[in-house]
Design a protein around this ligand. Structure first.
Ligand SMILES: [Zn+2]
Length: 273
């Protein structure tokens, strides 16, 4: 059945619900014997949600609610706060995907309480995940930023680069946000040119992933090296190079689409050997 998104429950909420409660950038979790799990609760207000919860939909028939608690509020003893990334490494994939969705919708709720044009308090738009200004009629939708991510291949090697903000020793594929007026393919070419100074060809769609750090929709591609020498700008990228499966550096976690791109490259190379 998986996750079925909806802006309101199909019937009365019955049974316990998955509760995605945030305090700033962190999420409330249950912690027993060092094991982290998401709270499944009959009463989402028991750990102090500030406002009526946002209905997200149902995961395998279990309702999912999201909300916010005041920063600094004391939690029940069995509960604690963790960052989303830590949660992603601790719970099942279907739950962390809903957590990513919850995080973005709580943020949308927090940041769009008033109309950006006239300042009147916004209302929920009926039948749609959006806010509308009752005064001037402007509707706003949850913010999403499309970004490209691309694995560039060159004769059994893959281009990986390192940004200064990465954990020590980690390299990944090239990524960047799409600019207004640009197609995804143009964005791939521009980002690659800007970050590593080379030209690519044969750009092919690979897959996509919602990525809540923050509000990104990652659209992944593969591409082939065409021409040019690697040249890094030393600001966004501090080092880049061609790697074979044997010389691969530390790469991102299994949850990211960057890792899926790198894994697909490894599989392809090994199938040719
Ligand atoms: Zn307005």
């Amino acid at each position: 059945m998986g996750f079925v998104a909806s802006i309101r429950p199909a019937g009365r909420v019955k049974g316990p619900s998955w509760c995605f409660a945030f305090s700033g950038q962190k999420i409330v979790v249950e912690k027993r014997n060092e094991r982290i799990s998401l709270p499944l609760s009959h009463d989402p207000h028991s750990f102090g949600l500030d406002s009526p919860p946002i209905y997200l939909g149902a995961l395998n028939g279990v309702d999912c609610l999201a909300g916010e608690i005041t920063e600094g509020r004391e939690l029940p003893e069995t509960m604690t706060l963790v960052g989303l990334r830590q949660l992603f490494l601790s719970v099942e994939e279907d739950l962390y995907l809903v957590a990513g969705r919850a995080f973005q919708l709580v943020e949308f709720e927090r940041n769009h309480r008033f109309c950006g044009k006239c300042g009147a308090p916004n209302q929920d738009k009926p039948n749609e995940r959006a806010k509308i200004c009752p005064n001037c009629g402007i509707a706003v939708f949850p913010r999403m930023s499309p970004a490209i991510i691309v694995a560039i291949r060159n004769k059994g090697r893959i281009l990986l680069a390192r940004a200064p903000r990465f954990p020590e020793g980690m390299y990944s594929v090239i990524a960047g946000f799409v600019e207004p007026g640009e197609s995804l393919e143009q964005c791939v070419q521009r980002e690659v040119r800007e970050e590593v100074g080379i030209e690519v060809t044969g750009i092919r769609y690979f897959g996509s992933q919602s990525w809540p750090f923050p509000n990104s929709l990652m659209v992944a591609f593969t591409a082939e090296y065409a021409e040019g020498e690697i040249r890094v700008d030393q600001e966004e990228i501090e080092d880049a190079g061609w790697f074979t499966p044997e010389t691969l550096p530390r790469i991102p976690d299994r949850i990211s689409i960057s890792r899926k791109l790198i894994d697909a490259f490894l599989k392809e190379v090994s199938s040719k050997q």
